[in-house]
Design a protein around this ligand. Structure first.
Ligand code: IMP
Ligand code: MG
Length: 169
């Protein structure tokens, strides 16, 4: 296993992102919306450093064919989402790859009447994007490698690893 980002590196960066969020949202209650399942670990660490009042909402996006990366067709399940109407949202995902997932979910949340929406990704893969999308907060830019750990999976395994590693055969 080739470790790309250690536990310590992730912890420091998550704290920096939380500081930015605290500054940008000062005095404004927000709803943090996590995209299941990949954002779970990131969400748990980030929210414990956010100092403005917040609610948590969860939304699930899955590709129809179960590929390791997302194709065009996405199924969105928002049964676990709190009421986002009139709320300021901070949407979290583990990784921005092609950009399809976030683009679709942003449209979905806006259609549900969010007052405002910012986006935050822990990782952004360089050179993979197929649709233009600029997150408001980005943890790390990484090379085009398949990564696991800290919420990210391969076939639903490895999410519990405390670091981010490159999956090697
Ligand atoms: P996008 O729609 O192509 O931007 O894909 C985003 C989703 O693909 C993420 O939420 C992840 O679930 C998954 N994904 C993309 N790259 C990786 C990776 O390197 N490791 C694990 N999951 C990935
Ligand atoms: Mg995934």
């Amino acid at each position: 296993m080739n470790i790309l980002l250690s536990e310590d590196e992730i912890r420091v960066r998550v704290a920096q992102i939380a500081a930015e969020v605290n500054r940008d949202f000062a005095g404004r209650p927000l709803t943090v919306v996590g995209i299941l399942t990949g954002s779970l670990v990131f969400l748990a660490d980030l929210i414990r450093r956010i100092e403005v009042p917040l609610k948590i909402g969860l939304i699930q996006a899955s590709s129809y064919c179960g590929e390791t990366t997302t194709a065009g067709e996405l199924r969105i399940n928002d049964a676990l989402l709190t009421d986002v109407r009139g709320r300021d949202l901070l949407l979290l995902d583990d990784i921005l790859d092609t950009g399809h997932t976030l683009t679709r979910i942003v449209a979905h949340l806006n259609a549900k009447g969010a007052a405002s929406l910012r986006t935050c990704v822990l990782l952004r893969k360089v050179g993979r994007q197929q649709v233009p999308f600029e997150p408001d907060y980005t943890g790390f830019s990484i090379p085009d490698k398949f990564v696991i750990g800290y919420g990210l999976d391969y076939d639903d395994d490895y999410r519990h690893l405390p670091y981010i590693g490159e999956l090697t055969p």
